[in-house]
Design a protein around this ligand. Structure first.
Ligand SMILES: [Zn+2]
Length: 243
């Protein structure tokens, strides 16, 4: 914390942005790089049948398979510390690119999901978003109360991110004192712009990632390694220096 020139306090406006790396540490299959989902033949087969407009059986079979994989994963220490941060700071915002719901399972209450959630469905007719916590679902595709088959409330390739989550992310980043970028290469826009908004406003930006990212040269502090190991250590240090 001394390295940051920051006095630990509940009053620091704090933002956490998380990405796939945090999920991967819980064993959630990732979409890119070695060890990704696409190395599993079953994933390729199921994904091939997931098609626009996404409210069909093929899409849901792929999602149900993923939902079941994720339901067997557990939040890791990074998720738990982030949930603790929410309880600690007076002004705290969590923005995630993950769709697996592990932040909520770790105890985070206010989670802005830029890419939606695999535990929600959306009616293409009414645009209403519905919680679908049970897996397997009794019916595929699940139907909205109006009778229309729903699609997963997950941003598909080429679709814009969740507007509310982005608005909240921009708002929070623009007033942040402390900004954590955790387990994301921060190359995917618009999430990639959020740490820069925070930097512009003078926030201390801490990056935690196993490898260097395009953001690394710009941040206040960049820490290499697993979020589940680094974040709890950093958090203990923060609390021990609390004013
Ligand atoms: Zn409807």
């Amino acid at each position: 914390m001394e390295r940051l020139g920051l006095k630990p306090s509940r009053k620091l406006v704090t933002v956490v942005l998380t990405g796939a790396g945090v999920s991967a540490e819980s064993g959630v299959p990732i979409f890119r790089g070695p060890g990704s989902l696409w190395e599993l033949p079953e994933a390729r087969k199921l994904a091939a049948r997931a098609r626009p407009p996404w409210n069909n059986r093929g899409t849901w079979e792929f999602y149900e398979w993923r939902r079941q994989l994720v339901s067997r994963c557990k939040p890791n220490p990074a998720h738990l510390v982030i949930a603790e941060m929410e309880r600690y700071f007076e002004d705290f915002t969590l923005i995630t690119q993950n769709v697996d719901g592990l932040h909520q399972r770790a105890g985070s209450r206010r989670v802005f999901e830029l890419h939606g959630s695999m535990w929600k469905g959306r009616c293409p007719k009414c645009e209403e978003i519905v919680d679908l916590p049970e897996t397997p679902l009794p019916e595929l595709p699940p139907k909205h109360s109006c009778g229309t088959p729903m699609r997963p409330h997950v941003v598909q390739f080429g679709e814009p991110v969740d507007r509310l989550a982005l608005t909240e992310g921009i708002k929070a980043s623009s007033k942040a004192d402390l900004f954590f970028v955790v387990g994301t290469s921060a190359v995917v826009h618009p999430a990639a712009g959020l740490p820069f908004l925070a930097l512009e406003r003078g926030a201390k930006v801490i990056e935690i990632n196993p490898t260097e990212t395009p953001l690394t040269p710009y941040v206040t502090l960049s820490l290499r390694g697993k979020a589940g190991e680094i974040l709890p250590r950093l958090w203990r240090e923060f609390l021990s220096k609390e004013a």
